[in-house]
Design a protein. Sequence first.
Length: 268
Amino acid sequence: METMPTITDGEFAQFQRFIYGRAGISLPDSKKALVSGRLAKRLAAHQLSSYSQYLRLLSAGESPELQVAVDLLTTNETYFFREPKHFEFLRRLVTGKRTAGSQFRVWSAAGSTGEEAYSIAMVLEDCIPGQWEVMASDISSRVLKRARAGHYSTERISHIPPAYLQRFCLRGQDEHNGTLLVERHLRSRTRFRQINLNAPFPQIGMFDVIFLRNVLIYFNAQTKRDVVARLLTVLKPQGYLLVGHSDSMVGVSESVEMVAPAIYRKLS
């Protein structure tokens, strides 16, 4: 049985530079085994005998393999209604905000496979039906494809409130047993776009709330400042930025004030 090559310290350092340059993510040395494991199948797929050869492949122009590598090195685990107090805050914020002709806009700025975006959409449709827009983005095209489908294993839905589960989700039958599909209306109103937070944004408009949860922990201090500054340009005055409880905002921006744990309001 053929064994896969071992990644050297030098090769890992090159992958650290690669993903930092592509996504602004700082991979700590503790992630060496993760990088090796996630990329091992790509070496096998291309019949390569070392990680250095794979690096040379990635350096040979803008090939589809670049996106594959970025997808593998940036994908993070998520689930519905993660950090419930944020969704309680969102519910309080939008209750009573029904205004003719206006749309309450929320951006799930590191949306991964879509659970966060659809959780937001459930709350908004419950509180202000038809008067909302949700945009979700990720750097990974692979997870965005899964997000658009809105099709999940029932193992991932334990945190969805029972009333929302009944109202907004369809349980799979027969060959789809053990799965759940987010209902068509929510899927049609939730848009997914591939956006690199570490690069200039496309034209996406302004938002009332931006979710940037469990992302900053992967950036160094300067990248945190740059990403948050960029996000604030598309956050409305007095709008809210929600970060993960493990994300530190210390020294990141003087343009926001904390109003609750991991919840910040734009000052102007």
